[in-house]
Design a protein around this ligand. Structure first.
Ligand SMILES: [Ca+2]
Ligand SMILES: [Ca+2]
Ligand SMILES: [Ca+2]
Length: 204
């Protein structure tokens, strides 16, 4: 199970919560959003979505994507690293709105799939913050199984119409077995760059 703030997906001034249950629905996985209110988090589930295939483990990673389309509603990202064929992995982003996440199991607004089998694309997902200082937050996706667990991370840029289809930046691990991209904190990400002799993350 994974839990995270979803940010404020319905723009009412109260932060909302997302919970992932990766073993739910026979391994498809399922996520739950609970909306915040003046009385705190609602007891009832506000929104759910279910993975596509039996071993996807949709929801193993959940996070706010920040404000990727700059509309004032926070957006949600969900990873399903064991998605089909096998373990290519897939990432789903749902844009927030005045009605929050909308109807249960609605289609995602943006998806991306791993490049090859066994990659575990989406094992970790997070907002990248706003790496290029425009009006849109950007998304980071970890792919720890890439090239015999060398691992790779991808950054996708937000725009007024949402996330771009292709990553604007990627970086892979140095050695087989590094599992680069397994997890990070934003500061850890910077530290990894510092270890490689750079003081700051590169400009994108
Ligand atoms: Ca809210
Ligand atoms: Ca948004
Ligand atoms: Ca940006």
């Amino acid at each position: 199970m994974s839990v995270a703030t979803a940010g404020d997906v319905n723009g009412d001034g109260y932060d909302d919560l997302v919970v992932g249950a990766l073993a739910s629905e026979g391994g498809k996985g399922k996520v739950y959003v609970y909306y915040g209110s003046v009385d705190g988090l609602s007891e009832s589930v506000g929104w759910t979505a279910t993975g596509e295939y039996g071993t996807d483990e949709f929801g193993i990673s959940v996070a706010t994507a920040g404000y990727v389309n700059g509309d004032g509603y926070a957006d949600l990202v969900v990873g399903a690293p064991h998605y089909w064929n096998p373990d290519k992995g897939k990432v789903y982003v749902y844009y927030g709105s005045a009605s929050g996440m909308g109807s249960n199991n609605r289609p995602p607004d943006w998806t991306a799939v791993g490049e090859d089998t066994g990659e575990l694309f989406g094992y970790s997902v997070a907002t990248a913050g706003n790496v290029n200082g425009d009006d849109y937050d950007d998304l980071i996706v970890g792919d720890p199984g890439y090239n015999s667990y060398q691992g790779k991370v991808y950054v996708y840029r937000g725009t007024a119409s949402g996330l771009e289809d292709s990553p604007v930046w990627d970086q892979h691990g140095q050695l087989t077995g590094d599992q680069y991209g397994w997890s990070w904190r934003r500061r850890g990400f910077e530290r990894r760059w510092a270890r490689r002799g750079r003081r700051r993350c590169p400009r994108l």
